[in-house]
Design a protein around this ligand. Structure first.
Ligand code: SAM
Length: 249
């Protein structure tokens, strides 16, 4: 189906049903659509996203955020009721805000180093009455060394924040032993496997699954990398601010 031929919300939801074998409840649909409107409104003042057209937003922000963790996917066991989730470098709230809408029983922490983006998310949490989410302004290299966050989350998600080894170093220290980190990527090459395996090994994780898929309207290639935490992460990780990108593992 081409982008031009889709967008009425019912058609979009059919696409979700076909591709995810699931669709949001009516209340959740309304919240997702309201989130779209709030992002577009705020985008006039704060640079939040270049994706502004409705069907593209529903595909590349909403569907994409949820594809990695959607109900009925086999890895969803990490989102049991009460599961703690952290979205690292959440930006305008992706994938963390859709996750908090769809999983009201989870506890979602949205982290970003940019105050303006977190201010926007705080206003969304109020407007959508999302009581299961909270925000933190900070650098993940520092948050990952704080006792109340380190190895505290069942699930860490991270989309479009840096190289794969930096994303592994940002996310795995925050995950509990037995929990999961999901790195959302666009393209992925076999050559990148080696640097991923190497980084993950240093951080107490294992690569559980590299899931390749295409987005349902524009057929763009995506990958989700599922990293299982199997051992405690050595205290030296994450390294100080800037080092994970300057000296990749
Ligand atoms: N995850 C969102 C998405 O996919 O739409 C936003 C991606 S945006 C390209 C990257 C975000 O990561 C920015 O908002 C930036 O402020 C944040 N970021 C980058 N490095 C960070 C760090 N070390 N700690 C916390 N946030 C960081």
């Amino acid at each position: 189906m081409s982008l031009e031929s889709v967008f009425s919300l019912p058609e979009m939801l059919e696409v979700w049903q076909e591709t995810l074998n699931w669709q949001p409840t009516n209340d959740q649909q309304n919240q997702l659509q309201k989130l779209y409107e709030l992002v577009i409104e705020a985008n006039r003042y704060v640079n939040l996203t270049r994706i502004t057209e409705a069907s593209e937003f529903w595909e590349k922000h909403l569907w994409d955020s949820l594809r990695g963790v959607a109900p009925k996917q086999h890895f969803i066991d990490s989102l049991h009721p009460g599961a703690s989730v952290i979205d690292i470098g959440t930006g305008a709230g992706f994938p963390g805000l859709p996750i908090s809408i769809i999983f009201p029983n989870s506890q979602v922490t949205l982290l970003d180093s940019t105050r303006k983006k977190i201010n926007f998310i705080d206003s969304v949490l109020t407007d959508l009455a999302l009581i299961n989410a909270k925000t933190i302004v900070g650098r993940v290299e520092e948050i990952g060394q704080e006792g109340k966050h380190r190895e505290n989350y069942d699930l860490a998600v991270i989309r479009a924040v840096g190289s794969v080894s930096a994303c592994a170093e940002y996310s795995l220290p925050l995950v509990k032993k037995g929990g999961l980190a999901v790195i959302y990527r666009g393209s992925w090459t076999k050559e990148e496997n080696q640097s991923l395996e190497n980084a993950v090994h240093h951080l107490g994780g294992e690569v559980e699954l590299i899931d390749e898929f295409t987005t349902p309207l524009s057929n763009s290639i995506r990958h989700c990398l599922y990293l299982r935490k199997v051992k405690h992460t050595p205290v030296s990780f994450p390294r100080p601010v800037g080092i994970p990108t300057q000296k990749p593992l």
